[in-house]
Design a protein around this ligand. Structure first.
Ligand SMILES: [Zn+2]
Length: 365
């Protein structure tokens, strides 16, 4: 099931609402950050997507080779807008020498094959992601089959599961197979003429999330690992190295994500350029806010399972009503992530009833 943008984050932030004046100051800070990035040769190109998340940010790095980080989805409209944005900066698709892919979601890599074919660009991505990108259609099918098994196991009715699977298949065309010609590994440097980008694997939102640090400029390209206006949903995905029929332990995406966030919090940064929306100027404060939100949500879920065990789907329905049906996999991933936090802290246990897994808070915790 692909990442089509979260609705679960619609719950109002408990942080105080910004005043008019604060909003104006923030808009100005955003402009300044984008200007500074542009002076460092890094330009944000906001490309339309058909997904709920809205536009996706590709970043053009004016260096040698001319580098594009993420492509936007596989659509004529995305290609057209990308071309126009490039031409506004004095470049053409044919000038691109290197395409970098940040992770396995279609809104980020869908156009990559078309761009690579037209430009002859090298394609760089995490080595472990290369088989997924090369075999995209089949891999996406395996991902969906895996999601289907998880949904049934956690109490989502079979007719809803079937409907969601066909919705997911209908979105498949926004992606496309692409061959990675420069496999990257965690910790290495991607060297351009005027800069080195440190490659860091930060899984959680997806198994392949990769971020790129320009150490000299203190600018981080964070993709969907850290986004200012929405919390990055840690979707449960088939592990990258799993066989297509994998039915092993469920990945603990939120726990993985929180570990990755802790590592990013330690970094010394001026500007974070995310895969959606505006730059993040205080990543430490934002990560702290996300950590508080996850802890709050875990406690809220704990209260829901104090009196009796509930399936993750039942919990999602209590929290989000009908959204738990229309966005069943997203909300399921969200609940399971927080249940994992509770279980890790010894505050909840898993019980199996009639083939469905349910969770119950421990009374003595
Ligand atoms: Zn994503």
């Amino acid at each position: 099931m692909s990442d089509q943008g979260s609705q679960t984050e619609r719950e109002r932030s408990q942080e105080p609402q910004a005043t008019e004046r604060e909003r104006a100051q923030e808009a100005q800070a955003t402009e300044q950050a984008l200007d500074r990035a542009a002076q460092a040769g890094i330009h944000r190109l906001a490309i339309p997507t058909p997904f709920q998340v809205g536009r996706v940010n590709a970043y053009l790095i004016e260096d040698e080779p001319l580098t594009l980080v993420d492509s936007g989805p596989n659509s004529g409209k995305a290609l057209d807008e990308l071309e126009r944005a490039l031409s506004g900066l004095g470049h053409r698709i044919e000038d691109i020498g290197l395409l970098v892919i940040t992770h396995q979601h279609m809104d980020h890599f869908g156009l990559a094959a078309i761009l690579a074919r037209r430009s002859g660009a090298e394609v760089a991505a995490l080595g472990a992601l290369a088989p997924f990108l090369r075999g995209f259609g089949e891999r996406a099918d395996s991902d969906d089959a895996f999601a289907q098994r998880i949904m049934l196991r956690h109490g989502i009715p079979p007719d809803v599961v079937r409907a969601l699977r066909s919705v997911s298949a209908s979105y498949r065309g926004w992606g496309g197979k692409v061959e990675v010609t420069q496999p990257l590994s965690h910790g290495q440097e991607l060297t351009l003429r005027d800069r080195a980008l440190k490659v860091l694997h930060r899984p959680g939102h997806s198994p392949s999330d990769t971020i790129f640090l320009d150490e000299r400029e203190r600018i981080l390209l964070s993709a969907d690992h850290l986004i200012k206006h929405i919390s990055s949903n840690p979707l449960i995905s088939l592990p990258l190295d799993a066989p297509p029929d994998y039915d092993g332990p469920r990945p603990k995406a939120l726990i993985t994500y929180i570990e990755s966030l802790k590592a990013t919090k330690e970094m010394d940064l001026d500007i974070v350029l995310p895969g959606h929306g505006d730059p993040v100027l205080d990543h430490v404060a934002l990560i702290d806010e996300r950590m508080r939100m996850h802890a709050r949500r875990a406690q809220k879920i704990k209260r829901l399972i104090e009196s009796q065990p509930k399936s993750a789907h039942e919990i999602a329905q209590e929290l989000w009503g009908n959204v738990a049906v229309t966005q069943a996999y997203l909300t399921l991933s969200e609940v399971l992530g927080h249940v994992d936090l509770l279980m890790e802290a010894g505050e909840a246990v898993e019980v199996e009833q009639d083939g469905v897994l349910r969770f119950q808070a421990r009374r003595d915790s």
